[in-house]
Design a protein around this ligand. Structure first.
Ligand SMILES: Cc1ncc(C[n+]2csc(CCOP(=O)(O)OP(=O)(O)O)c2C)c(N)n1
Ligand code: SF4
Ligand SMILES: [Mg+2]
Length: 284
């Protein structure tokens, strides 16, 4: 059984003191321990951004890829060896901006991947530009007069695109977030977990205090997580009260289930000599 300390790395994160990313990293480590996963069978994949540094600071396998492309890399890993647990960590600019098309297609394919969206409503790494989830009117270095666009709602997008597990966490509530990551990772299919992650340096509006005053636990209400319509109305609640927790969960075949080549065993376990040679011969 892996101990929590074994997931700690020698290097420390480069994040600003007080950044919400530290808490998401803790929740992820807690979740790996709670699920009793073997770290050598877990791959954490990221794109580019402050949040994207995370795979460097958890002792599992990791892949720090390029901006917006964490999901194509994760898809390749999952299809090559669907026995692995594949977790994507992505920023709002990375996952909901430049990489958004990959997110939509991954959700409709129902790849068995957990996607954790570090949603700080800003481009952190590049020093504070407006992001796809910044609220209308947000004053940032790139929108000094306030953003004129309405934000993307990742959860509504997930519901419309066929994600089979949709949750929202808040970095300031590690136990709820740990629970969501455990449930999302144990869920067979695509799990979208959007996380409010205060950026203490560049976002002076959506702070820990802002969320502390507003968030409430959806599971303490009478919300039916298998009701698509009820979930649709809940994901648009964003004002004095903001729900967190599990919004929606359903079951259908995953992408790997429907690929006959993967039925028997993961692709990497196929023998080149016996399983693939006949195919090569056929096309010679
Ligand atoms: C193709 C490409 N375009 C632009 C950039 C510059 N860039 C690096 S990180 C980033 C935005 C990161 O924002 P987000 O995904 O929200 O991550 P955060 O830093 O907030 O965690 C941008 C635009 C890049 N590295 N590659
Ligand atoms: S800039 Fe913001 S998101 Fe990036 S490390 Fe600092 S506090 Fe965190
Ligand atoms: Mg961001």
């Amino acid at each position: 059984m892996t101990k929590l300390e074994e997931l700690h790395t020698k290097e420390n994160p480069f994040w600003c003191p007080g950044c919400g990313n530290f808490l998401i990293l803790s929740a992820l480590k807690n979740a790996v321990i709670k699920m009793n996963l073997n770290p050598s069978e877990v791959v954490v994949v990221s794109g580019i951004g402050c949040s994207a540094g995370l795979p460097h600071w958890i002792e599992t396998y990791g892949f720090h890829s390029i901006h917006g492309r964490a999901l194509p890399v994760a898809t390749g890993i999952k299809l090559a060896n669907h026995g692995l647990t594949v977790i994507v960590v992505s920023g709002d600019g990375d996952g909901y901006g430049i990489g958004l098309n990959h997110l939509i297609h991954s959700m409709r394919r129902n790849l068995d991947i957990t996607f954790i969206g570090h949603n700080n409503q800003i481009y952190g790494l590049t020093l504070g530009q407006v992001s796809p989830t910044s609220s209308k009117g947000s004053k940032t270095v790139s929108t000094p007069n306030g953003s004129i666009e309405i934000p993307i709602n990742p959860l509504a997008l997930g519901l419309a695109s066929g994600a089979t597990f949709i949750g929202r966490g808040y970095a300031g509530n590690i136990s709820q977030l740990t629970d969501l990551i455990v449930k999302g990772t144990e869920h067979k299919g695509f799990a979208l977990i959007d996380v409010f992650q205060p950026c203490v340096t560049w976002n002076k509006v959506n702070t820990f205090d802002f969320f502390k005053q507003r968030v409430y636990d959806l599971q303490k209400e009478n919300h039916n997580t298998s009701d698509l319509n009820a979930s649709f109305s809940k994901v648009f609640e964003f004002g004095d009260k903001i729900p967190t927790g599990l919004f929606y969960q359903t079951q259908r075949e995953t992408y790997s289930d429907d690929l006959p080549q993967l039925k028997e065993k993961p692709l990497v376990k196929h023998s080149l000599e016996n399983d693939i040679k006949p195919l090569i011969e056929k096309y010679k």
